[in-house]
Design a protein around this ligand. Sequence first.
Ligand code: UTP
Length: 296
Amino acid sequence: MKAVIPAAGFGTRFLPATKAQPKEMLPVFDKPTIQYVIEEAVASGIDDILIVTGKNKRSIEDHFDKSFELEYTLKQAGKTKYLKQVQDITDLADICYIRQKEQKGLGDAIYCAKKHVGDEPFAVMLGDTITKGKTPCTKQLIDIYNKYEASAISLERVPQEKVERYGIIKGVEIEQDVYQIDELVEKPPVNEAPSNLAIMGRYVLTPDIFDKIKETGAGVGGEIQLTDALAKLDKIYGNTFEGKTYDIGNRLEWLKTSIEFAMDDEESKNDLINYMKEIICLLYTSPSPRDRSVSR
Ligand code: UTP
């Protein structure tokens, strides 16, 4: 199976950080966001990846390309650990690129992949969304696709007051964690949302989605919404992912994710916990903000 990673968006929610650099390249702890996405694809058995890029996205291509100069310098300096890390990135998967000429929305970005994908089912993995779980999120969707022979998307329950930030579904649970979906709406007002089950950035789609996108006009925010095209599919299933999904396009989520991932690193964990204890302690004990700077 091939994967398509849309990464052409403006990243307005994360300005000014994203003015001249892609949000997909913002590091989460020690790796760019999009590297986690590609690692998930590979862990799900995918090694043919198309990244949809746009203006100001050159650094994505550079990151996955071979860097002879850097490798030579690291080799000469005997920095073998870093050399291996750099070489591993290049060897991860076969990656192709296509440019979305105008940022007309996620649906339009996926449509750019039509030729590359051909007449096969394919995975869509948002370039600004990371998942963590025992079985990779995309692998779980591939299993559902294989079982039901229909498109499958990843879902997560969100607090009711946040439904207007997501695509929301209505469906019937047909087995544990699997829903047969009969309604999808993009960013519904809180009082009109059919549930609090939100679409979370991972999809396995049948190729008829391309015709559905073509029939789809601009929706919420004036963009061609993938959710509106999904709603036109005859059959579609949802899976409540037994893991966690992180939206890096939201600056506070990005910060929380970085902290959480740093906690997984044995070398950094204790330092980070001590630092957080110190700042929280200062916050509650110091009278003025000036006294709240932490020793390093
Ligand atoms: P988002 O809606 O989160 O990305 O799309 P955005 O438009 O960059 O974000 P804001 O709302 O302006 O802050 C999810 C993914 O789809 C890609 C984005 O790059 C992101 O990885 N995308 C979005 C495209 O590739 N093309 C588009 O036209 C829109």
